[in-house]
Design a protein around this ligand. Structure first.
Ligand SMILES: [Zn+2]
Length: 181
């Protein structure tokens, strides 16, 4: 008999190929589905994790999952050989094609390594009730995973404005460091 406490499910360890052949498997229903379904998963997961671990810890897990997603997404779908402008426009196009959001770079400070990015029409939060909080912690991890994979350097990302905080776009401050990722 299999030990139920053994964590040996291949799906317990993320791999890009285990996302499967969506086109083949989904048949007539196709590759797309309403944002409602994504948010239903996201915010029920946040509820369950928050009840059990507290919001701060739940957000930590969301950020870590976002980081893993960003890392794998960058490795598997983005051209990492381009210069920064080329990379950024590839990322912009990909995020739009996947309907994650509309990415723009507001500023880049070459001295401090700080980048301000905005995402409009964001998948996670655009249209949420305004509760005066920044809710896009998964995106924080996602962007940091992408930037770290491209630069090979540690990059901390924090959301400073969000639809849920009353803004019309999400604004993220990314700070590159010299530390290897
Ligand atoms: Zn947001």
């Amino acid at each position: 008999m299999r030990n139920v406490f053994e964590n040996n499910s291949p799906h317990a360890h993320f791999s890009w190929k285990n996302l499967g052949d969506i086109e083949e498997g989904r048949g007539d229903l196709g590759e797309e589905m309403p944002v409602l379904v994504y948010r239903l998963m996201q915010y029920t997961m946040l509820d369950v994790l928050s009840q059990s671990l507290g919001l701060e810890k739940a957000n930590e897990f969301f950020r870590a999952a976002g980081h893993l997603a960003g890392t794998e997404y960058a490795k598997n779908t983005l051209n990492l050989q381009l210069d920064f402008d080329g990379f950024l426009s590839g990322l912009q196009k990909s995020l739009k094609d996947l309907k994650i959001g509309i990415l723009r770079m507001e500023s880049f400070n070459a001295d401090t390594g700080a980048i301000l990015l905005t995402i409009g029409q964001d998948l996670d939060c655009s249209g949420l009730p305004v509760t005066y909080e920044n809710v896009c912690v998964y995106d924080e991890g996602f962007l940091s995973g992408i930037l770290e994979t491209y630069t090979g350097r540690k990059c901390a990302v924090r959301e400073v404005d969000c639809w849920a905080s009353g803004d019309r776009v999400c604004r993220f401050e990314a700070v590159m460091t010299e530390t290897p990722a």
